[in-house]
Design a protein around this ligand. Structure first.
Ligand code: ADP
Ligand code: MG
Length: 740
């Protein structure tokens, strides 16, 4: 008596096994070298130079390069050439593409269609349509901001990010990357604070550079290379799992006999079907100008990673959104489902997004232009500069670890941080052996006497060797690691928009740079040589931030104890981490730097706590429905079969009736599940009754809510291992993670 759902499982398996070899939908470009079509769906520098009058092009690129606003008189000319370019490529509509606080992107399409004086249809796209648009903003999360200020929102083009054409099912739309702000300039999106944080980091860094004698710097910008992890599983199985469809992760599922212990997936060959999908994702991204560089298998079965060549941060953030959206979209064409959730499968590695981050210089002086501030140099001066920026980052992370932890807090990442596979919730910094020795040498102050030049030589800082990646990259357990010429913020979740974590990182570093600059100014009143003064400031900063440096195994129990002794925060749950956003210190930092006003920060806090509550409630309702409509019916039906068989055996006078024991075991678990399921229902009701107190609700859900879900899961997973395979309605881990 196989149930219809198990028949569906079988059908899904049949579909998969009958799939023919991969079809690569690469629109005929496949035979061309990548460089020929890279960026053809964007209107970037190359296209602009060809199409715009030279003077307009120069002004536009200058404004982009210097991060300045676009001159309004340029807009009509730019709009005109963009329109011609887009129409020639078959585009009919345009939209302002922006990033509200949903973690995703939003767009509202308008046609190029207009009518001339004789009522004749024509294509039209004005300068003001390019620059500004007014979407109906009322349904985006604003954390109460709009309600307080009665402000409607509008979107404005961010010319630093090139416009692009999104091709979905052959429908081509011109997307204009934009910020989303209220009428009084309040930030309603992810991009606005990011741009503000870049500006202030630039200003603070320039002051410091000026002071240490690096003149003529036009701008300091940050670079970002996000490594995106994700799973690809069969769409047929995905569709049969309400938990994956509703919440992005499996809420139940017994562990398979083989997980990742054979360690055979990491860097193994990519299966052909998946390869076809990934190649097509990359192909679409190349056309959008996203420089995807690496692809490889990750640790868990069916888990992969895709990483671009690093770019300037705001572009990298836009591009990461395109990476996530393209993965989701293209996978469907291959009968696959991309899972971007941080922890789709319990007991199997989760997914993160390592954010490789550094700071670099724009300058007219060719010796300074393009210099990476976090890369050791060749001269003593360059190395002092490197050390003071390094010291600023250490100080920033040490003093604001809680705030950085808050930036990565979400319901999904909660399952990942602290599990024995991902960086722990304790934020510490890994520096690598060579720099640790150097920093410790400086902190211990063995070489108190002498000029900076002599000290530098004694400390081995005058000439720093190129830091080998192998030297720095061995410790994969650190949440924040220095890897040669950049920091790698590894605790960021795979599904998250990386804008907010980077806003907070930029903010904390800008704050620390400002403080070190002040100290240096003071020091220069008594110390004549700039180098000597820098060295003193660097030493002190290294000393102060000592506690945040950790070279050991971040996954070990000992580290938790050690970190506590050092006074480092260990914020394991999202609500307590989010509280760090609204401490007095966080508020002051972000407001003083002009990144987020008190109200704007409050609204972000509200949006994030609310999102956490919504995620948890969706999971709990989904689980409850799965128990009642899938798991219990399957268990009842199997129980019935056992009972029936036992009764037949008894009537036939058979004396050994093992089905009785089996039925009793299943019956016991059924009773347990009914009890735990109703407890879950009670917890859901209590949580919902607290709706007027969001923070209380979040705290309740993260403890009682998570516990109730875990206890229901335990029983479901036990039942999965008892009930006949053919009666089990849900695709199992074995099936989803080990494609046949
Ligand atoms: P992995 O960390 O996987 O060993 P790499 O260190 O080579 O690989 O690079 C990971 C990512 O870091 C890539 O996206 C790369 O472009 C980026 N990256 C390299 N240098 C910088 C930098 N200066 N700033 C930001 N990102 C960088
Ligand atoms: Mg890396």
């Amino acid at each position: 008596m196989p149930s219809t759902t198990s028949a569906a499982r079988k059908a899904a398996l049949k579909d998969i096994t009958s799939v023919r070899l991969p079809v690569v939908h690469v629109n005929g470009d496949a035979s061309k070298p990548t460089s020929e079509y890279f960026g053809i769906n964007t209107f970037g520098a190359r296209q602009m130079r060809a199409k715009l009058p030279k003077e307009v092009f120069n002004k536009l690129t200058a404004s982009i390069r210097l991060g300045k606003k676009l001159d309004a008189d340029l807009a009509p000319t730019v709009a005109q050439v963009i329109k011609e370019w887009a129409i020639a490529r078959g585009v009919t509509h345009f939209c302002h593409w922006f990033q509200p606080q949903t973690g995703l992107t939003a767009e509202k399409h308008d046609a190029f269609l207009a009518f001339d004086d004789n009522a004749q249809p024509m294509e039209s796209f004005s300068g003001s349509q390019l620059i500004q648009s007014e979407p109906d903003a009322s349904s985006f999360p604003s954390g109460g901001l709009r309600a307080t200020w009665e402000a409607r929102g509008y979107t404005a083009w961010n010319p630093a990010s090139p416009v692009f054409i999104l091709d979905s099912a052959g429908v081509k739309t011109l997307c204009i990357p934009s910020v989303f702000i209220g009428y009084n300039g309040e930030a309603l999106d992810e991009m606005t604070p990011l741009l503000r944080s870049s500006d202030i980091l630039s200003a603070r860094s320039m002051e410091l550079l000026e002071l240490i004698g690096d003149k003529g710097v036009q701008r300091v910008f940050t670079t970002l290379g996000p490594e995106q992890e994700y799973f690809l599983i069969d769409r047929g199985f995905f569709a049969l799992r309400p938990d994956l469809v509703m919440s992005g992760r499996t809420l139940i599922g017994a562990p398979p006999p083989r997980g990742q212990q054979l360690e055979d997936h990491y860097f193994g060959g990519i299966p052909e079907r998946v390869q076809a999908c990934i190649a097509e994702v990359e192909h679409e991204l190349y056309k959008l100008g996203v420089p995807i560089m690496t692809r490889h298998n990750e640790v868990a079965p069916c888990q992969f990673e895709m990483a671009p060549i690093f770019e300037e941060t705001d572009i990298a953030v836009d591009h990461n959104q395109l990476v996530m959206a393209t993965l989701r979209r293209v996978a469907l064409r291959h009968g696959l489902q991309a899972l971007l959730h941080e922890k789709p499968f319990a007991g199997i590695n989760g997914s993160g997004k390592h954010c490789n981050w550094s700071m670099a210089i724009n300058a007219e002086n060719p010796e300074l232009d393009g210099v990476n501030l976090l890369k050791p140099g060749k001269t003593p001066h360059q190395n002092l500069r490197f050390l003071i920026f390094l010291a600023a980052v250490l100080k920033a992370v040490h003093e604001n670890a809680g705030l950085l932890r808050a930036g990565i807090a979400s319901s999904g990442n909660e399952h990942r941080l602290g599990a024995n596979e991902a960086p722990p919730a304790i934020i510490s910094v890994f520096m690598g052996e060579m720099l640790t020795r150097l920093i410790e040498g400086m902190v211990e102050g063995k070489t108190e006497k002498g000029s900076a030049a002599q000290l530098l030589i004694k400390l081995g800082v005058a000439k720093l060797p190129e830091i080998e990646k192998d030297n720095t990259d061995r410790n994969r357990t650190s949440p924040f690691a220095f890897t040669g010429a950049k920091f790698e913020f590894r605790a960021v979740g795979s599904s998250a928009s990386i804008a907010f974590p980077i806003v907070l990182l930029n903010a904390t570093v800008a704050g620390a740079i400002g403080e070190l600059t002040e100290r240096l100014r003071t020091e220069l009143k008594t110390t004549k040589s700039v180098d000597d003064a820098v060295l003193k400031v660097v030493r002190q900063a290294f000393k102060e931030s000592e506690a945040v440096r950790f070279e050991g195994n971040n996954y070990s129990e000992d580290w938790v104890l050690e970190a506590e002794k050092r006074g480092l925060l260990n914020l394991r749950r999202s609500p307590e981490a989010l509280d760090q956003l609204v401490t007095k210190k966080s508020r002051a930092l972000l407001a003083d730097l002009g990144i987020l006003s008190r109200e704007e920060l409050e609204s972000r806090f509200h949006v994030r706590v609310e999102r956490y509550v919504k995620d948890m409630l969706i999971e709990m309702h989904t689980l409850s429905q799965m128990v009642n409509t899938l798991v219990l019916p399957a268990a009842f039906s199997y129980f019935g079969r056992l009972a029936e068989a036992a009764s037949h055996a008894r009537s036939a006078g058979i004396s050994i009736i093992p089905q009785i024991d089996a039925a009793n075991e299943v019956g016991g678990r059924i009773e347990e599940l009914r009890a735990r399921g109703s407890e879950l229902g009670v917890v859901i009701e209590s949580a919902e009754a607290m709706h007027d107190n969001l923070q209380k609700q979040a705290k309740f859900l993260t403890s009682e809510g998570a516990d109730a879900m875990a206890s229901v899961r335990e029983t479901c997973d036990a039942l999965e291992l008892m009930v006949a395979d053919e009666s089990w309605p849900l695709p199992k881990y074995r099936e989803m993670l080990f494609p046949v």
